[in-house]
Design a protein around this ligand. Structure first.
Ligand code: SF4
Length: 248
């Protein structure tokens, strides 16, 4: 493939979010984001990165995936090819060559996920790519950036994620879910805001709404205890799932 991508990092780890949590995954973190969510824990990906040919990026994914032997699951038939591949950021959809790179990996049989802020058009994605799309709650400071037209483009294989910093955010998310009947479209995930440590507090982030932090410090544990569920890949859910993560 021709073209380049600006890449922050590519690494193999365990998927920690979404209904795919627990599975091995190659993460391709791209540089750049057009948002500045108050709770963002990956501000280092706003600017740090190196321009690479797409062909090199694809080669890195293949190299990290090479140690996974198909069918080596104690005699069980592999339900999917492992590892997964996830494009994240930053905001992967800001780079025009990201969608073609993801499509090329789908063509090779990979299950490809993309974590996106919800501010950019999902219509550029091949239908085999599984979007994990944020809808930004007011506490993010970026709720005006939600691209509501994306909701009509969601497939049953996509997922919507709300990152919540306060009971106000939770009430907002509940209303959005009901208004758009989101649980009939795809799995819906709730994550809660983890306060940033000093070195993560990038000056460009939107100000943290004071009420959000006061409320989360009193109440985040009861929210989690009431709603946490165990997930498995492809499981359709009738109720939101809760995990802890900030980045889109
Ligand atoms: S949380 Fe995601 S969308 Fe928000 S600023 Fe960070 S990388 Fe961008």
């Amino acid at each position: 493939m021709s073209g380049t991508l600006v890449v922050n990092e590519i690494y193999l780890s365990l998927q920690g979010e979404s209904t795919w949590a627990g599975l091995p995954c190659v993460f391709v973190r791209l540089t750049g984001c057009g948002l500045r969510c108050s709770y963002c824990d990956t501000a280092y990906a706003f600017t740090e990165g190196k321009r690479q040919p797409v062909s090199e990026v694809l080669s890195s994914v293949r190299r990290l995936a090479a140690e996974f032997v198909p069918g080596n699951l104690g005699g069980m038939v592999d339900p999917i090819k492992l590892p997964l591949v996830e494009f994240t950021g930053g905001e992967p959809l800001l780079q025009a060559n990201a969608a073609p790179a993801m499509k090329a990996l789908c063509d090779e049989g990979f299950t490809v996920l993309v974590e996106t802020s919800g501010a950019y058009d999902l219509g550029v994605l091949d239908p085999r790519i599984r979007a994990i799309m944020d809808l930004k709650a007011p506490g993010s400071g970026e709720a005006k950036r939600n691209r509501w037209e994306n909701i009509a483009l969601l497939k049953s294989t996509d997922e919507v994620k709300f990152v919540l910093g306060s009971w106000e955010d939770y009430a907002w998310a509940k209303n959005v879910i009901l208004e758009h009947n989101l649980t009939a479209r795809c799995p819906v995930l709730f994550s809660w805001v983890a306060p940033l440590v000093a070195k993560q507090q990038d000056k460009s982030l939107k100000p943290v709404p004071q009420c959000a932090w006061n409320t989360i410090s009193r109440n985040c544990t009861p929210i989690a205890a009431a709603n946490t569920r165990v997930n498995s890949p492809n499981m359709m859910q009738s109720a939101p799932t809760v995990s802890r993560k900030n980045t889109a």
